[in-house]
Structures are given as structure tokens and as C-alpha cells.
Design a protein around this ligand. Structure first.
Ligand SMILES: Nc1ncnc2c1ncn2[C@@H]1O[C@H](COP(=O)(O)OP(=O)(O)OP(=O)(O)O)[C@@H](O)[C@H]1O
Ligand SMILES: O=P(O)(O)OC[C@H]1O[C@H](OP(=O)(O)OP(=O)(O)O)[C@H](O)[C@@H]1O
Ligand SMILES: [Mg+2]
Length: 283
């Protein structure tokens, strides 16, 4: 059996959630901060802790078989890797921003202006598509202070809440790319059975996270209306209550339309609704 290697971020925005998803897959390992490699004791896997910028290339070159990294970094490094699974965390947008007081109104006004960024490849491609010629100034961090220091007229960087832009007197100007953390794989590992097993575990953890387990009581007169609202994994489970003419319905509902569903269930006659988290869904 081949021991796989997965590269995750050593510290930063993606570290904690990357460790959490692997632990939720039932993998046992020490998350030492001092060591750059950790061995999983109950699965043929080693975890490499790296700077996120290096992860796509490590995976492309087969030094790591798998990696967890933001889509923005994959696109920026132009690495040739397989996208195996979006992971639902590290969600952000890459935006061009300008000083809140600047009179810049439209993209054409960026012609000849300096834009500071840590993502020159993504920015260059966007500007080229729009036919804009700007002076791209590549810096490795703290991009948002560029305009205030007179280094640039605009910036291109990651935005999530917008708090960093605001506190530096900047305002968003154009959205260029959405990003989230993804599981990537080396091009040659698609048929590896251990990769398939790990992917199945990750998908079952993600699916459980985006669903809730629901138990409710309903009189048999309203049962069909309630069941019509509940898909379940296959179909809902219906069990009799001690109270004549009443049943309990067990089912699974999606987190995204959770409140709409609960309100519809109540309107259809559901009572005593219990909602519980699910640990895993194995399909
Ligand atoms: N504010 C944010 N909200 C959500 N996701 C973010 C945010 N900032 C960054 N990300 C995502 O997390 C990734 C890692 O961000 P982080 O700031 O930890 O990177 P870094 O400073 O380059 O880290 P490293 O030391 O590993 O090079 C980004 O590439 C992006 O995909
Ligand atoms: O819109 P916001 O919610 O304010 O997030 C955006 C900020 O988050 C990231 O930096 P991070 O805080 O990860 O620090 P870093 O610059 O050291 O990577 C990014 O580079 C932005 O500066
Ligand atoms: Mg980095």
C-alpha cells in the first residue's frame, strides 16, 4: 500500500480548517506546530505543513500527492493539478480597490495607473481581457497600505468582510475572482484506491455538515403533507407514537433552505421539531 502525502498550510487562514476536516475524516495525527511533517497513525498518509504558495507546485511535481489550498493560489501559480473537491471554507473574493476619496469611476481610468498586488498573474489576465494597460507592482503582503503610502493608485487583493479595505481608506471597485479552499491532486493519482477512500470520507464529512437530522411529530391526517416536504437520504422514516393517530417522522434536511423548510413543516402540522447535527453521511 502506497503512503500518500497531503500538503496543507502550516499556519494562516486555511490551517485550522484543513486540520479539522482531516480529523473529521477519522485520521489520527499530531498537529505539531514545530514539525513540518506528521504521520497519520491509522491511514497510509503523511501530512506536510507548508507555505500555501508552495502547495500547488509540490502537488504538480508529485512531491505531495494531494493538497489543500485556495483556488486563487492555484490559478496564480498556473500549476497543472486536478481539482478534486471544493471544501467550503476560505471563501473570499479577489477585488480591485481604490482610495475611497479617488474619483475613479470606470475601469478605463485604470489605464496607466499603478496597481499593487500579490496576485500579478490573475490581475494581468483580467486587465488584458478588459484591454487595460496598468503598471502592476508586485508586493508580497500588506498590499492595502500601498495607496496611502503613494506606492500605487489602486490595489488588487483578497477581500472577505471588507474590514481591511475600510480601515485603510479603500473601497471595492471591481470583483475579479471568487475563491475557496479546494482539495487538489497530482495528475497521476486519479485511480489510486487510497485517494478514492480519502475523497469518499471528505465528501461524507462535507455532506453531513451541510445537512441536519430532523425528528418531528405529526398527526396521521397531516402526514402526507409533511412527508412531501422531506426528502430524507432515501425517504423519511415514519414510526408510530404511543398517542393514537400520531407518528414521529425522522429525516435529513439541507442547511441552505433550513429555515424555509422548518416554517413550511410547522405550517403543514409538524410539532415538537428536534434538529440535530450529523457527523457523517455515507451514501
Ligand atoms: N480574509 C479572508 N477570508 C477568507 N479566506 C481568506 C482570507 N484571506 C485569505 N484567504 C484564503 O486563505 C488563503 C491563505 O491566506 P493567508 O492569509 O493565510 O495566506 P499567506 O499569508 O499567503 O500564508 P502563507 O504563510 O502560508 O504563505 C488565501 O490564499 C485565500 O485563499
Ligand atoms: O476583507 P477582510 O475580512 O478584512 O479580509 C481581507 C484580508 O485578509 C487577508 O489577510 P490576512 O488577514 O489573512 O493577513 P495576511 O495579510 O498576513 O495574510 C487578505 O490579504 C486581506 O488583507
Ligand atoms: Mg502565502
Amino acid at each position: 500500500m502506497k503512503t500518500l502525502k497531503i500538503a496543507i498550510q502550516k499556519s494562516g487562514r486555511l490551517n485550522e480548517k484543513s486540520v479539522e476536516i482531516l480529523k473529521n475524516c477519522g485520521l489520527s495525527f499530531e498537529n505539531y506546530k514545530s514539525s513540518l511533517i506528521s504521520t497519520v497513525t491509522n491511514f497510509p498518509l503523511e501530512i506536510l505543513f507548508l507555505r500555501d504558495d508552495d502547495i500547488p507546485e509540490y502537488v504538480q511535481d508529485g512531491i505531495a500527492d494531494l493538497g489543500i489550498v485556495g483556488e486563487n493560489v492555484i490559478v496564480e501559480t498556473k500549476a497543472e493539478v486536478d481539482y478534486l473537491q471544493k471544501l467550503g471554507f476560505g471563501k473570499c473574493t479577489l477585488k480591485i480597490a481604490v482610495q475611497a476619496t479617488s474619483g475613479i469611476q470606470n475601469l478605463e481610468e485604470l489605464n496607466g495607473k499603478a496597481i499593487a498586488t500579490s496576485y500579478p498573474v490573475i490581475l494581468e489576465k483580467f486587465l488584458q481581457e478588459k484591454g487595460i494597460k496598468s503598471d502592476i507592482r508586485t508586493i508580497s503582503g500588506s498590499v492595502e497600505i500601498g495607496p496611502g503610502l503613494g506606492l500605487s493608485d489602486a490595489i488588487f487583493d483578497i477581500v472577505s468582510t471588507g474590514g481591511t479595505l475600510k480601515s485603510n481608506g479603500l473601497k471595492p471597485f471591481a470583483d475579479v475572482m471568487q475563491s475557496e479552499a479546494v482539495l487538489i491532486g497530482n495528475k497521476s493519482i486519479a485511480d489510486n484506491p487510497e485517494v478514492a477512500e480519502l475523497l469518499q470520507r471528505i465528501r461524507s464529512v462535507l455532506s453531513a455538515k451541510s445537512n441536519k437530522y430532523v425528528v418531528l411529530n405529526v398527526s396521521k391526517d397531516n402526514l402526507q403533507k409533511v412527508v412531501d416536504l422531506l426528502p430524507g437520504v432515501k425517504s423519511p422514516t415514519v414510526v408510530p407514537l404511543f398517542e393514537p393517530n400520531w407518528v414521529a417522522v425522522h429525516s435529513v434536511i439541507a442547511e441552505e433552505d433550513f429555515w424555509d423548510k422548518i416554517n413550511s413543516l410547522k405550517a403543514a402540522g409538524a410539532e415538537g421539531i428536534l434538529v440535530m447535527p450529523i457527523e457523517k453521511i455515507i451514501r
